[in-house]
Design a protein around this ligand. Sequence first.
Ligand SMILES: Nc1ncnc2c1ncn2[C@@H]1O[C@H](COP(=O)(O)OP(=O)(O)OP(=O)(O)O)[C@@H](O)[C@H]1O
Length: 253
Amino acid sequence: MTGTLSQTAAPETTIAVALDGVTRTYRSRAGDVHALRGVTHAFPRGSFTAVMGPSGSGKSTLLQVAAGLDRPTRGEVTVAGVALTGLGQTELTRVRRDSMGFVFQAYNLLDALTAYDNVALPARLAGRRVHRDAVIGALDQVGLDGLAKRRPPELSGGQQQRVAVARALHSRPDVLFADEPTGALDRGSGRQVLELLRRLTDDHGQTVVMVTHDPLAASFAHHVLFLADGQVVGRLHQADASRIAAAMNELER
Ligand SMILES: Nc1ncnc2c1ncn2[C@@H]1O[C@H](COP(=O)(O)OP(=O)(O)OP(=O)(O)O)[C@@H](O)[C@H]1O
Protein backbone atom coordinates (compact mmCIF):
# COMPACT_ATOMS: atom_id res chain seq x y z
CA MET A 1 0.00 0.00 0.00
CA THR A 2 1.33 3.43 -0.90
CA GLY A 3 1.78 6.34 1.50
CA THR A 4 -1.19 8.20 0.08
CA LEU A 5 -3.52 5.25 0.48
CA SER A 6 -2.46 4.31 3.98
CA GLN A 7 -2.80 7.91 5.13
CA THR A 8 -6.33 8.22 3.84
CA ALA A 9 -7.58 4.70 4.57
CA ALA A 10 -10.19 4.42 7.33
CA PRO A 11 -11.16 0.73 7.40
CA GLU A 12 -13.61 1.09 10.30
CA THR A 13 -15.95 3.32 8.31
CA THR A 14 -19.55 2.22 7.91
CA ILE A 15 -19.76 4.15 4.66
CA ALA A 16 -18.68 2.26 1.56
CA VAL A 17 -18.88 5.16 -0.91
CA ALA A 18 -19.27 8.85 -0.14
CA LEU A 19 -19.82 11.68 -2.60
CA ASP A 20 -19.27 15.11 -1.14
CA GLY A 21 -20.30 18.13 -3.18
CA VAL A 22 -19.55 16.32 -6.43
CA THR A 23 -19.84 18.38 -9.58
CA ARG A 24 -19.07 17.12 -13.08
CA THR A 25 -19.14 19.57 -15.92
CA TYR A 26 -18.52 18.46 -19.49
CA ARG A 27 -17.04 21.19 -21.59
CA SER A 28 -18.05 21.11 -25.22
CA ARG A 29 -18.09 23.52 -28.15
CA ALA A 30 -21.84 23.91 -27.71
CA GLY A 31 -21.28 25.04 -24.11
CA ASP A 32 -20.88 23.50 -20.68
CA VAL A 33 -23.05 20.54 -19.67
CA HIS A 34 -23.58 20.27 -15.91
CA ALA A 35 -24.05 16.52 -15.56
CA LEU A 36 -23.72 16.57 -11.74
CA ARG A 37 -24.32 19.67 -9.64
CA GLY A 38 -23.09 19.30 -6.09
CA VAL A 39 -24.16 15.75 -5.28
CA THR A 40 -23.64 14.72 -1.65
CA HIS A 41 -24.62 11.19 -0.66
CA ALA A 42 -23.25 8.34 1.46
CA PHE A 43 -23.81 4.71 0.44
CA PRO A 44 -23.72 2.66 3.68
CA ARG A 45 -21.76 -0.58 3.82
CA GLY A 46 -23.92 -3.62 3.19
CA SER A 47 -26.66 -1.62 1.48
CA PHE A 48 -28.21 -2.04 -1.96
CA THR A 49 -29.01 1.33 -3.56
CA ALA A 50 -30.73 1.92 -6.88
CA VAL A 51 -29.97 5.19 -8.67
CA MET A 52 -32.86 6.41 -10.80
CA GLY A 53 -33.85 9.52 -12.69
CA PRO A 54 -34.99 10.72 -16.10
CA SER A 55 -32.77 10.29 -19.15
CA GLY A 56 -29.85 12.70 -18.93
CA SER A 57 -30.27 13.28 -15.18
CA GLY A 58 -26.68 12.19 -14.46
CA LYS A 59 -27.05 8.55 -13.35
CA SER A 60 -24.23 7.13 -15.49
CA THR A 61 -22.01 10.08 -14.67
CA LEU A 62 -22.61 9.49 -10.96
CA LEU A 63 -21.67 5.81 -11.32
CA GLN A 64 -18.55 6.65 -13.37
CA VAL A 65 -17.38 9.27 -10.90
CA ALA A 66 -18.16 7.10 -7.85
CA ALA A 67 -16.20 4.25 -9.42
CA GLY A 68 -13.21 6.42 -10.22
CA LEU A 69 -13.70 5.87 -13.96
CA ASP A 70 -14.20 9.61 -14.35
CA ARG A 71 -12.99 12.47 -12.16
CA PRO A 72 -15.28 15.10 -10.64
CA THR A 73 -14.80 18.71 -11.68
CA ARG A 74 -15.24 19.63 -8.00
CA GLY A 75 -15.94 17.71 -4.81
CA GLU A 76 -14.65 14.51 -3.29
CA VAL A 77 -15.33 10.81 -3.75
CA THR A 78 -14.29 8.39 -1.00
CA VAL A 79 -14.41 4.62 -1.52
CA ALA A 80 -13.69 2.22 1.35
CA GLY A 81 -12.13 5.09 3.26
CA VAL A 82 -9.83 6.14 0.41
CA ALA A 83 -10.25 9.65 -1.02
CA LEU A 84 -9.95 9.26 -4.79
CA THR A 85 -9.15 12.90 -5.56
CA GLY A 86 -5.45 13.37 -5.67
CA LEU A 87 -4.67 9.74 -6.41
CA GLY A 88 -2.47 9.18 -9.43
CA GLN A 89 -3.67 6.96 -12.25
CA THR A 90 -1.74 3.91 -11.00
CA GLU A 91 -3.11 4.20 -7.47
CA LEU A 92 -6.60 4.83 -8.77
CA THR A 93 -6.37 1.72 -10.94
CA ARG A 94 -5.26 -0.27 -7.92
CA VAL A 95 -8.13 1.01 -5.74
CA ARG A 96 -10.54 0.15 -8.53
CA ARG A 97 -9.08 -3.33 -8.89
CA ASP A 98 -8.98 -4.05 -5.15
CA SER A 99 -12.12 -2.31 -3.90
CA MET A 100 -14.61 -2.26 -6.74
CA GLY A 101 -16.45 -4.73 -8.91
CA PHE A 102 -18.38 -3.87 -12.06
CA VAL A 103 -21.39 -5.41 -13.75
CA PHE A 104 -22.80 -3.95 -16.94
CA GLN A 105 -25.81 -4.59 -19.13
CA ALA A 106 -23.59 -6.52 -21.54
CA TYR A 107 -22.02 -9.41 -19.66
CA ASN A 108 -18.65 -9.04 -21.44
CA LEU A 109 -17.80 -12.71 -21.01
CA LEU A 110 -15.43 -14.53 -23.34
CA ASP A 111 -17.32 -17.29 -25.18
CA ALA A 112 -14.20 -19.44 -25.59
CA LEU A 113 -13.62 -19.68 -21.82
CA THR A 114 -15.52 -21.69 -19.23
CA ALA A 115 -17.46 -19.90 -16.47
CA TYR A 116 -14.56 -20.76 -14.14
CA ASP A 117 -11.96 -19.22 -16.44
CA ASN A 118 -14.09 -16.14 -17.07
CA VAL A 119 -14.25 -15.53 -13.31
CA ALA A 120 -10.51 -16.10 -12.93
CA LEU A 121 -9.50 -14.00 -15.96
CA PRO A 122 -9.18 -10.51 -14.41
CA ALA A 123 -6.94 -11.82 -11.62
CA ARG A 124 -4.83 -13.72 -14.16
CA LEU A 125 -4.51 -10.64 -16.35
CA ALA A 126 -3.40 -8.67 -13.28
CA GLY A 127 -0.68 -11.30 -12.72
CA ARG A 128 -2.23 -12.50 -9.47
CA ARG A 129 -2.36 -16.06 -8.21
CA VAL A 130 -5.76 -17.61 -8.68
CA HIS A 131 -7.08 -19.78 -5.86
CA ARG A 132 -9.49 -22.43 -7.02
CA ASP A 133 -11.52 -22.18 -3.80
CA ALA A 134 -12.04 -18.44 -4.32
CA VAL A 135 -13.27 -18.92 -7.90
CA ILE A 136 -15.60 -21.78 -6.94
CA GLY A 137 -16.69 -19.74 -3.90
CA ALA A 138 -17.66 -16.80 -6.14
CA LEU A 139 -19.59 -19.14 -8.47
CA ASP A 140 -21.22 -20.72 -5.42
CA GLN A 141 -22.33 -17.30 -4.17
CA VAL A 142 -24.23 -16.73 -7.42
CA GLY A 143 -25.64 -20.27 -7.40
CA LEU A 144 -23.59 -21.56 -10.33
CA ASP A 145 -20.90 -23.73 -8.76
CA GLY A 146 -22.27 -26.77 -10.63
CA LEU A 147 -21.86 -25.03 -13.98
CA ALA A 148 -18.21 -23.98 -13.68
CA LYS A 149 -17.18 -25.92 -16.80
CA ARG A 150 -19.89 -24.49 -19.06
CA ARG A 151 -19.02 -21.85 -21.61
CA PRO A 152 -21.24 -18.72 -21.97
CA PRO A 153 -23.06 -19.98 -25.10
CA GLU A 154 -24.16 -22.99 -23.03
CA LEU A 155 -25.71 -20.75 -20.35
CA SER A 156 -28.93 -18.69 -20.28
CA GLY A 157 -28.71 -14.89 -20.29
CA GLY A 158 -29.46 -14.79 -16.55
CA GLN A 159 -26.80 -17.40 -15.83
CA GLN A 160 -24.29 -15.45 -17.94
CA GLN A 161 -25.03 -12.30 -15.97
CA ARG A 162 -24.55 -14.27 -12.75
CA VAL A 163 -21.13 -15.39 -14.04
CA ALA A 164 -20.37 -11.69 -14.59
CA VAL A 165 -21.45 -10.99 -10.98
CA ALA A 166 -19.22 -13.87 -9.77
CA ARG A 167 -16.31 -12.38 -11.75
CA ALA A 168 -16.91 -9.03 -10.02
CA LEU A 169 -17.15 -10.71 -6.59
CA HIS A 170 -14.00 -12.78 -7.04
CA SER A 171 -11.79 -9.85 -6.01
CA ARG A 172 -13.96 -9.42 -2.85
CA PRO A 173 -14.76 -5.79 -3.67
CA ASP A 174 -15.94 -3.29 -1.07
CA VAL A 175 -18.56 -2.13 -3.52
CA LEU A 176 -20.21 -3.62 -6.56
CA PHE A 177 -21.30 -1.09 -9.20
CA ALA A 178 -23.97 -2.26 -11.62
CA ASP A 179 -25.17 -0.31 -14.65
CA GLU A 180 -28.54 -1.62 -15.90
CA PRO A 181 -27.54 -5.21 -15.03
CA THR A 182 -30.93 -6.59 -16.03
CA GLY A 183 -31.42 -4.42 -19.13
CA ALA A 184 -30.80 -7.31 -21.53
CA LEU A 185 -32.67 -9.98 -19.56
CA ASP A 186 -36.21 -11.27 -19.63
CA ARG A 187 -38.26 -10.65 -16.51
CA GLY A 188 -37.61 -14.03 -14.88
CA SER A 189 -33.84 -13.98 -15.43
CA GLY A 190 -33.70 -10.35 -14.36
CA ARG A 191 -35.50 -11.23 -11.17
CA GLN A 192 -32.93 -13.93 -10.37
CA VAL A 193 -30.08 -11.45 -10.80
CA LEU A 194 -31.84 -8.83 -8.65
CA GLU A 195 -32.61 -11.37 -5.93
CA LEU A 196 -28.95 -12.33 -6.04
CA LEU A 197 -27.81 -8.71 -5.60
CA ARG A 198 -30.20 -8.31 -2.68
CA ARG A 199 -29.00 -11.57 -1.09
CA LEU A 200 -25.38 -10.50 -1.45
CA THR A 201 -26.13 -7.41 0.60
CA ASP A 202 -28.43 -9.03 3.18
CA ASP A 203 -26.43 -12.23 3.74
CA HIS A 204 -22.87 -11.26 2.87
CA GLY A 205 -22.67 -7.55 3.70
CA GLN A 206 -21.81 -6.64 0.11
CA THR A 207 -22.48 -3.03 -0.92
CA VAL A 208 -24.25 -2.64 -4.26
CA VAL A 209 -24.90 0.57 -6.22
CA MET A 210 -27.08 -0.02 -9.28
CA VAL A 211 -28.26 2.36 -11.99
CA THR A 212 -31.60 1.38 -13.45
CA HIS A 213 -34.56 2.78 -15.39
CA ASP A 214 -36.86 0.07 -14.12
CA PRO A 215 -38.96 0.69 -10.97
CA LEU A 216 -39.41 -3.06 -10.51
CA ALA A 217 -35.64 -3.57 -10.53
CA ALA A 218 -35.20 -0.66 -8.11
CA SER A 219 -37.75 -2.21 -5.72
CA PHE A 220 -35.23 -4.97 -4.92
CA ALA A 221 -32.89 -2.33 -3.43
CA HIS A 222 -32.96 -1.07 0.16
CA HIS A 223 -32.74 2.54 -0.97
CA VAL A 224 -33.57 4.48 -4.11
CA LEU A 225 -31.73 7.68 -4.91
CA PHE A 226 -33.48 9.96 -7.42
CA LEU A 227 -31.55 12.35 -9.62
CA ALA A 228 -32.92 15.14 -11.78
CA ASP A 229 -30.84 17.60 -13.71
CA GLY A 230 -27.63 16.51 -11.97
CA GLN A 231 -28.96 16.86 -8.43
CA VAL A 232 -30.32 14.51 -5.78
CA VAL A 233 -34.03 15.29 -5.65
CA GLY A 234 -35.35 12.43 -3.56
CA ARG A 235 -34.68 9.27 -1.61
CA LEU A 236 -36.93 6.31 -0.84
CA HIS A 237 -36.35 3.47 1.59
CA GLN A 238 -37.78 -0.05 1.12
CA ALA A 239 -40.25 1.15 -1.49
CA ASP A 240 -42.33 -1.03 -3.77
CA ALA A 241 -42.34 -0.71 -7.55
CA SER A 242 -45.56 1.33 -7.74
CA ARG A 243 -44.28 3.91 -5.26
CA ILE A 244 -40.98 4.17 -7.17
CA ALA A 245 -42.85 4.45 -10.49
CA ALA A 246 -45.02 7.23 -9.05
CA ALA A 247 -41.92 9.13 -7.92
CA MET A 248 -40.39 8.71 -11.39
CA ASN A 249 -43.60 9.96 -13.03
CA GLU A 250 -43.43 13.08 -10.88
CA LEU A 251 -39.87 13.72 -12.04
CA GLU A 252 -40.67 13.16 -15.70
CA ARG A 253 -43.67 15.51 -15.74
N1 LIG B 1 -18.88 12.90 -22.54
C1 LIG B 1 -19.85 13.80 -22.46
N2 LIG B 1 -19.73 15.01 -23.04
C2 LIG B 1 -20.70 15.94 -22.94
N3 LIG B 1 -21.85 15.75 -22.28
C3 LIG B 1 -22.05 14.56 -21.70
C4 LIG B 1 -21.06 13.51 -21.76
N4 LIG B 1 -21.55 12.44 -21.09
C5 LIG B 1 -22.76 12.79 -20.63
N5 LIG B 1 -23.06 14.05 -20.99
C6 LIG B 1 -24.28 14.81 -20.65
O1 LIG B 1 -24.40 14.83 -19.24
C7 LIG B 1 -25.75 14.68 -18.85
C8 LIG B 1 -25.89 13.47 -17.93
O2 LIG B 1 -25.61 12.31 -18.69
P1 LIG B 1 -25.71 10.84 -18.08
O3 LIG B 1 -25.29 9.89 -19.15
O4 LIG B 1 -24.98 10.79 -16.80
O5 LIG B 1 -27.27 10.72 -17.80
P2 LIG B 1 -28.16 9.42 -17.48
O6 LIG B 1 -29.09 9.82 -16.41
O7 LIG B 1 -27.28 8.25 -17.24
O8 LIG B 1 -28.94 9.25 -18.85
P3 LIG B 1 -29.60 7.95 -19.54
O9 LIG B 1 -30.68 7.49 -18.61
O10 LIG B 1 -30.16 8.48 -20.81
O11 LIG B 1 -28.52 6.94 -19.74
C9 LIG B 1 -26.56 14.59 -20.12
O12 LIG B 1 -27.04 15.87 -20.44
C10 LIG B 1 -25.56 14.12 -21.15
O13 LIG B 1 -25.90 14.56 -22.43
